[in-house]
Ligand binder design. Structure first.
Ligand code: CAA
Length: 241
Protein backbone atom coordinates (compact mmCIF):
# COMPACT_ATOMS: atom_id res chain seq x y z
CA UNK A 1 0.00 0.00 0.00
CA UNK A 2 1.36 3.41 -0.89
CA UNK A 3 2.32 5.84 1.84
CA UNK A 4 0.18 8.77 2.93
CA UNK A 5 1.66 12.26 2.72
CA UNK A 6 0.21 15.50 4.06
CA UNK A 7 1.34 18.80 2.55
CA UNK A 8 0.28 21.95 4.40
CA UNK A 9 -0.43 24.94 2.22
CA UNK A 10 -0.58 22.28 -0.46
CA UNK A 11 -3.01 23.82 -2.93
CA UNK A 12 -0.95 26.80 -4.12
CA UNK A 13 2.62 27.83 -4.86
CA UNK A 14 5.46 25.57 -3.73
CA UNK A 15 3.05 23.38 -1.75
CA UNK A 16 0.96 22.58 -4.82
CA UNK A 17 4.07 21.52 -6.73
CA UNK A 18 5.09 19.33 -3.78
CA UNK A 19 1.66 17.69 -3.56
CA UNK A 20 1.67 16.93 -7.28
CA UNK A 21 5.24 15.57 -7.23
CA UNK A 22 4.44 13.29 -4.29
CA UNK A 23 1.32 12.03 -6.04
CA UNK A 24 3.36 11.33 -9.18
CA UNK A 25 5.87 9.47 -6.98
CA UNK A 26 3.08 7.15 -5.81
CA UNK A 27 1.98 8.66 -2.48
CA UNK A 28 -1.62 9.12 -1.42
CA UNK A 29 -1.62 12.86 -0.81
CA UNK A 30 -3.71 15.19 1.32
CA UNK A 31 -3.22 18.91 0.72
CA UNK A 32 -4.30 21.26 3.49
CA UNK A 33 -5.16 24.91 2.99
CA UNK A 34 -6.34 27.71 5.23
CA UNK A 35 -8.54 30.08 3.28
CA UNK A 36 -8.75 30.15 -0.49
CA UNK A 37 -11.61 27.72 -1.29
CA UNK A 38 -11.69 28.67 -4.96
CA UNK A 39 -8.03 27.84 -5.55
CA UNK A 40 -8.30 24.68 -3.46
CA UNK A 41 -11.32 23.37 -5.36
CA UNK A 42 -9.68 24.16 -8.70
CA UNK A 43 -6.53 22.34 -7.54
CA UNK A 44 -8.57 19.31 -6.47
CA UNK A 45 -10.47 19.22 -9.77
CA UNK A 46 -7.26 19.53 -11.77
CA UNK A 47 -5.10 17.04 -9.86
CA UNK A 48 -7.49 14.66 -8.09
CA UNK A 49 -5.63 15.38 -4.84
CA UNK A 50 -7.77 15.45 -1.68
CA UNK A 51 -7.92 18.89 -0.07
CA UNK A 52 -8.68 19.72 3.58
CA UNK A 53 -9.31 23.11 5.15
CA UNK A 54 -7.79 24.00 8.49
CA UNK A 55 -5.50 26.61 10.03
CA UNK A 56 -2.05 25.27 10.97
CA UNK A 57 -1.92 28.02 13.61
CA UNK A 58 -4.75 26.32 15.54
CA UNK A 59 -3.59 23.22 17.46
CA UNK A 60 -7.01 21.62 17.86
CA UNK A 61 -7.79 22.19 14.19
CA UNK A 62 -4.58 20.32 13.33
CA UNK A 63 -5.46 17.41 15.64
CA UNK A 64 -8.92 17.19 14.08
CA UNK A 65 -7.60 17.64 10.54
CA UNK A 66 -5.01 14.87 10.90
CA UNK A 67 -7.66 12.57 12.41
CA UNK A 68 -9.85 13.19 9.36
CA UNK A 69 -7.00 12.53 6.92
CA UNK A 70 -6.10 9.30 8.74
CA UNK A 71 -9.73 8.16 8.69
CA UNK A 72 -9.93 8.84 4.95
CA UNK A 73 -6.50 7.75 3.71
CA UNK A 74 -4.65 5.92 6.52
CA UNK A 75 -1.75 6.75 8.87
CA UNK A 76 0.31 9.78 7.92
CA UNK A 77 3.88 8.70 7.18
CA UNK A 78 5.14 11.84 5.44
CA UNK A 79 4.42 15.36 6.65
CA UNK A 80 5.55 18.37 4.67
CA UNK A 81 5.25 21.55 6.74
CA UNK A 82 5.04 24.03 3.91
CA UNK A 83 2.28 26.47 4.91
CA UNK A 84 3.66 29.94 5.41
CA UNK A 85 2.68 33.59 5.24
CA UNK A 86 4.45 36.92 4.96
CA UNK A 87 3.58 40.20 6.67
CA UNK A 88 6.60 42.18 5.48
CA UNK A 89 7.36 45.58 6.99
CA UNK A 90 10.44 47.41 8.17
CA UNK A 91 10.86 46.78 11.88
CA UNK A 92 10.09 50.34 12.88
CA UNK A 93 6.74 50.03 11.12
CA UNK A 94 5.97 46.42 12.09
CA UNK A 95 2.84 45.92 14.19
CA UNK A 96 2.65 43.34 16.98
CA UNK A 97 -0.10 41.59 14.96
CA UNK A 98 2.28 41.22 12.00
CA UNK A 99 4.88 39.63 14.27
CA UNK A 100 2.39 37.27 15.94
CA UNK A 101 0.64 36.15 12.76
CA UNK A 102 3.89 35.10 11.11
CA UNK A 103 5.31 33.37 14.21
CA UNK A 104 2.02 31.55 14.77
CA UNK A 105 1.70 30.19 11.24
CA UNK A 106 5.34 29.74 10.22
CA UNK A 107 6.81 28.45 13.49
CA UNK A 108 4.07 27.34 15.91
CA UNK A 109 2.32 25.74 12.92
CA UNK A 110 5.16 23.21 12.78
CA UNK A 111 4.53 22.18 16.37
CA UNK A 112 0.78 22.05 15.81
CA UNK A 113 1.07 19.82 12.74
CA UNK A 114 3.94 17.59 13.78
CA UNK A 115 2.69 16.77 17.28
CA UNK A 116 -0.46 14.92 16.13
CA UNK A 117 1.48 12.66 13.71
CA UNK A 118 4.56 12.07 15.87
CA UNK A 119 3.32 9.33 18.22
CA UNK A 120 1.99 7.26 15.33
CA UNK A 121 5.30 7.57 13.48
CA UNK A 122 7.18 6.50 16.62
CA UNK A 123 4.88 3.51 17.10
CA UNK A 124 5.23 2.39 13.47
CA UNK A 125 8.99 2.99 13.40
CA UNK A 126 8.89 5.13 10.27
CA UNK A 127 8.28 8.76 9.44
CA UNK A 128 9.42 11.66 7.35
CA UNK A 129 9.02 15.27 8.48
CA UNK A 130 10.10 17.84 5.90
CA UNK A 131 10.02 21.48 6.96
CA UNK A 132 10.02 24.19 4.32
CA UNK A 133 12.09 26.96 5.89
CA UNK A 134 13.66 29.74 3.80
CA UNK A 135 16.89 31.37 2.71
CA UNK A 136 15.70 34.27 4.84
CA UNK A 137 15.77 32.09 7.95
CA UNK A 138 19.44 31.42 7.18
CA UNK A 139 20.67 34.89 6.28
CA UNK A 140 18.00 37.25 7.69
CA UNK A 141 16.16 39.68 5.43
CA UNK A 142 15.41 43.36 5.89
CA UNK A 143 11.66 43.90 5.99
CA UNK A 144 11.18 40.38 7.37
CA UNK A 145 12.21 40.35 11.03
CA UNK A 146 9.12 38.26 11.81
CA UNK A 147 9.54 35.84 8.91
CA UNK A 148 13.30 35.45 9.36
CA UNK A 149 12.83 34.70 13.08
CA UNK A 150 10.16 32.08 12.38
CA UNK A 151 12.09 30.43 9.58
CA UNK A 152 15.30 30.32 11.66
CA UNK A 153 13.19 28.76 14.42
CA UNK A 154 12.06 26.09 11.97
CA UNK A 155 15.70 25.11 11.49
CA UNK A 156 16.29 24.79 15.24
CA UNK A 157 13.15 22.70 15.59
CA UNK A 158 14.31 20.48 12.71
CA UNK A 159 17.68 19.78 14.31
CA UNK A 160 16.29 19.08 17.79
CA UNK A 161 13.45 16.88 16.62
CA UNK A 162 15.74 14.95 14.27
CA UNK A 163 17.69 13.79 17.32
CA UNK A 164 14.49 12.60 19.01
CA UNK A 165 13.25 10.76 15.92
CA UNK A 166 16.49 9.09 14.84
CA UNK A 167 16.19 5.94 16.93
CA UNK A 168 12.57 5.51 15.86
CA UNK A 169 13.10 5.55 12.09
CA UNK A 170 11.84 9.11 11.71
CA UNK A 171 13.89 11.63 9.78
CA UNK A 172 13.35 15.38 10.16
CA UNK A 173 14.88 17.66 7.57
CA UNK A 174 14.50 21.19 6.26
CA UNK A 175 14.63 22.74 2.84
CA UNK A 176 15.53 26.41 2.49
CA UNK A 177 14.15 27.69 -0.80
CA UNK A 178 15.54 30.90 -2.15
CA UNK A 179 13.29 33.22 -4.13
CA UNK A 180 10.87 31.01 -6.07
CA UNK A 181 8.48 32.34 -8.71
CA UNK A 182 5.28 32.10 -6.66
CA UNK A 183 2.55 34.57 -5.74
CA UNK A 184 4.38 35.24 -2.44
CA UNK A 185 7.52 36.43 -4.18
CA UNK A 186 5.59 38.21 -6.96
CA UNK A 187 3.97 40.27 -4.17
CA UNK A 188 7.35 41.90 -3.46
CA UNK A 189 7.41 45.40 -5.00
CA UNK A 190 8.56 44.97 -8.61
CA UNK A 191 11.36 47.51 -8.22
CA UNK A 192 12.75 45.68 -5.16
CA UNK A 193 12.47 42.30 -6.89
CA UNK A 194 14.12 43.41 -10.13
CA UNK A 195 16.75 45.78 -8.76
CA UNK A 196 17.61 44.29 -5.36
CA UNK A 197 16.79 40.60 -5.33
CA UNK A 198 17.18 38.98 -8.76
CA UNK A 199 20.64 40.56 -9.32
CA UNK A 200 21.77 38.78 -6.11
CA UNK A 201 20.93 35.35 -7.53
CA UNK A 202 23.97 33.95 -9.39
CA UNK A 203 21.89 31.68 -11.65
CA UNK A 204 20.09 34.87 -12.75
CA UNK A 205 16.50 33.80 -12.28
CA UNK A 206 13.85 32.91 -9.72
CA UNK A 207 13.52 29.24 -8.83
CA UNK A 208 10.67 27.01 -9.98
CA UNK A 209 8.33 25.39 -7.42
CA UNK A 210 9.11 22.00 -9.00
CA UNK A 211 12.78 22.47 -8.10
CA UNK A 212 11.77 22.44 -4.43
CA UNK A 213 9.28 19.62 -4.94
CA UNK A 214 12.00 17.32 -6.28
CA UNK A 215 14.03 17.87 -3.08
CA UNK A 216 10.98 16.88 -1.02
CA UNK A 217 10.42 13.68 -3.00
CA UNK A 218 14.03 12.70 -2.36
CA UNK A 219 13.91 13.44 1.39
CA UNK A 220 10.65 11.48 1.69
CA UNK A 221 12.09 8.40 0.02
CA UNK A 222 13.66 5.34 1.64
CA UNK A 223 16.90 6.33 -0.13
CA UNK A 224 17.20 9.35 2.20
CA UNK A 225 17.05 7.31 5.42
CA UNK A 226 20.55 8.35 6.55
CA UNK A 227 19.82 12.07 6.12
CA UNK A 228 18.33 13.70 9.19
CA UNK A 229 18.61 17.06 10.89
CA UNK A 230 19.96 18.49 7.66
CA UNK A 231 19.08 21.47 5.51
CA UNK A 232 19.00 21.52 1.72
CA UNK A 233 19.61 25.03 0.41
CA UNK A 234 17.95 25.49 -2.99
CA UNK A 235 18.57 29.15 -3.76
CA UNK A 236 20.42 29.50 -7.07
CA UNK A 237 23.64 30.30 -5.21
CA UNK A 238 22.22 33.41 -3.53
CA UNK A 239 23.43 32.40 -0.07
CA UNK A 240 26.12 29.82 0.56
CA UNK A 241 26.23 28.26 3.98
N1 CAA B 1 16.57 43.32 -0.61
C1 CAA B 1 17.28 44.46 -0.72
N2 CAA B 1 16.78 45.68 -0.46
C2 CAA B 1 15.51 45.75 -0.07
C3 CAA B 1 14.70 44.62 0.08
C4 CAA B 1 15.28 43.35 -0.23
N3 CAA B 1 14.59 42.21 -0.14
N4 CAA B 1 13.49 45.00 0.49
C5 CAA B 1 13.51 46.32 0.61
N5 CAA B 1 14.73 46.79 0.24
C6 CAA B 1 15.15 48.20 0.20
C7 CAA B 1 14.36 48.99 -0.82
O1 CAA B 1 14.94 48.83 -2.12
C8 CAA B 1 14.49 50.38 -0.28
O2 CAA B 1 15.79 50.88 -0.57
P1 CAA B 1 15.95 52.34 -1.27
O3 CAA B 1 15.23 53.29 -0.36
O4 CAA B 1 17.44 52.53 -1.33
O5 CAA B 1 15.31 52.17 -2.61
C9 CAA B 1 14.45 50.18 1.23
O6 CAA B 1 14.78 48.81 1.44
C10 CAA B 1 13.09 50.42 1.84
O7 CAA B 1 12.15 49.71 1.07
P2 CAA B 1 10.77 50.39 0.63
O8 CAA B 1 10.98 51.75 0.04
O9 CAA B 1 10.03 49.37 -0.23
O10 CAA B 1 10.07 50.58 2.07
P3 CAA B 1 8.59 50.29 2.50
O11 CAA B 1 8.51 50.60 3.96
O12 CAA B 1 7.63 50.91 1.55
O13 CAA B 1 8.43 48.71 2.29
C11 CAA B 1 8.98 46.42 2.58
C12 CAA B 1 9.28 47.84 3.00
C13 CAA B 1 7.53 46.06 2.92
C14 CAA B 1 9.93 45.53 3.37
C15 CAA B 1 9.17 46.24 1.04
O14 CAA B 1 10.39 46.85 0.64
C16 CAA B 1 9.24 44.79 0.66
O15 CAA B 1 8.21 44.12 0.57
N6 CAA B 1 10.47 44.30 0.44
C17 CAA B 1 10.70 42.89 0.13
C18 CAA B 1 11.11 42.14 1.37
C19 CAA B 1 11.41 40.74 0.97
O16 CAA B 1 12.48 40.44 0.43
N7 CAA B 1 10.47 39.81 1.20
C20 CAA B 1 10.61 38.45 0.76
C21 CAA B 1 9.25 37.97 0.33
S1 CAA B 1 9.37 36.40 -0.49
C22 CAA B 1 9.52 35.30 0.74
O17 CAA B 1 9.47 35.59 1.90
C23 CAA B 1 9.76 33.87 0.33
C24 CAA B 1 11.09 33.42 0.78
O18 CAA B 1 11.14 32.59 1.69
C25 CAA B 1 12.30 33.88 0.09
Amino acid sequence: MSRVAVVTGGTRGIGAAIAVALKEAGYRVAASYAGNDEKANAFKAETGIAVYKWDVGDYQACVDGIAQVEADLGPVEVLVNNAGITRDAMFHKMLPEQWSAVINTNLTGLFNMTHPVWVGMRDRGFGRIINISSINGQKGQMGQVNYSAAKAGDLGMTKALAQEGAAKGITVNAICPGYIGTEMVRAVPEKVLNERIIPQIPVGRLGEPEEIARCVVFLASDDAGFITGSTISANGGQYLI
